[in-house]
Ligand binder design. Structure first.
Ligand code: ZN
Ligand code: ZN
Length: 316
């Protein structure tokens, strides 16, 4: 039986197509079999810094202390941990790349606690930096993993795009939030906590498969405390490790699928930060484009159970 489900608080719908429901293993077959081999010259790898525009922030250890440096001529700062620089082909001014690690093969799902926590600190620093610029209304922070999810270069990286407008999706949410008695995301935290769609829960975060999942294995990660962006005090507490553990579960269950993760955040106290992880396992086709209603063949309750049961082999 198929079921039409409504978004928690927006006029958005999906169809959970149980008759077409698949097992998690069915999704493993549908993705690209192995990652692309390392190119001979990766412009994000150490030693090739001069192939990118001048770095805006380079994170490296000096006397065991993490420092942040600019590198105007791309020559001064070697042995970096994280390197931020403008996109050579920016979609908008300010479009920035964050090379997450010097290791071409290591992705956040396999980061140590220190590495993932440092990356979240960089996200926070760069968001703060871009929000200071006049004319920036929104900072889009996202990661594409795998060619099918839009990553054109295989070196582990995140992108950040300051925008001169608030995206319509966020405007729609802000309007709904304003009309509500209390924050709808705080309600979602209560509703999903300890429930059948919960995947990871700790003192600060809940990761769950949303009731209205538009695509298989979609996950949302919400801070339990009402905070509006990654720059909020206390936000970094276990943010990285929770995100890393989520990605590791996904990687283990579905054999490293392509995915996007996105930070939805505002410099506006009524907004509630949310991070969405969307594996790219289905395509939006004619019906979805015609109606903006998504058919999902993986009931979120089943997706959550499979992910919850994965004891990701923590190699760290
Ligand atoms: Zn590389
Ligand atoms: Zn809230």
């Amino acid at each position: 039986m198929s079921e039409i489900r409504k978004h928690y608080f927006l006029e958005k719908y999906c169809i959970i197509a149980r008759a077409r429901a698949k097992r998690p293993t069915d999704f493993v077959k549908e993705r690209e079999p192995k990652p692309k081999p390392k190119p001979e010259t990766c412009s994000f790898c150490p030693g090739n810094e001069d192939l990118t525009p001048a770095a805006t922030a380079v994170y490296k250890y000096e006397s065991n202390k993490l420092t942040i440096q600019k590198d105007e001529d791309n020559k001064q700062v070697k042995n970096w941990e994280v390197r931020c620089f403008p996109n050579r082909y920016p979609a908008l001014p300010g479009h920035e790349i964050i090379a997450e690690t010097p290791d071409h093969e290591k992705h956040p799902s396999d980061f140590t606690d220190d590495e993932i926590t440092r990356l979240m600190q960089v996200y926070s620093d760069r968001t703060t930096h871009h929000l200071k610029n006049t004319g920036t209304e929104y900072v889009s922070l996202f990661r594409n993993h795998g060619r099918d999810a839009g990553a054109s270069l295989s070196h582990p990286h995140t992108q950040l795009m300051p925008m001169p407008l608030v995206p319509p999706l966020i405007m729609q949410e802000l309007t709904a939030i304003k009309e509500a008695d209390r924050c709808p995301y705080c309600d979602i935290v209560e509703q999903e906590s300890g429930g059948e769609r919960a995947i990871i829960e700790n003192d600060h975060w809940i990761v769950f498969a949303p009731h209205c999942s538009r695509s298989p294995f979609e996950m949302w990660m919400l801070p339990k405390k009402h905070i509006s962006s990654i720059t909020a005090p206390g936000c970094l507490t276990s943010l990285g490790t929770t995100l890393r553990d989520t990605l590791l579960k996904l990687k283990t269950l579905l054999n490293n699928p392509p995915y996007n993760y996105m930070f939805f955040q505002m410099d506006n106290s009524s907004y509630h930060l949310n991070i969405r992880i969307e594996p790219k396992l289905s395509i939006a086709a004619g019906f979805e484009k015609n109606t903006d209603v998504y058919i999902n063949t993986m009931p979120p309750e089943d997706a959550a159970r499979s992910l919850r049961e994965i004891n990701a082999p923590l190699k760290i």
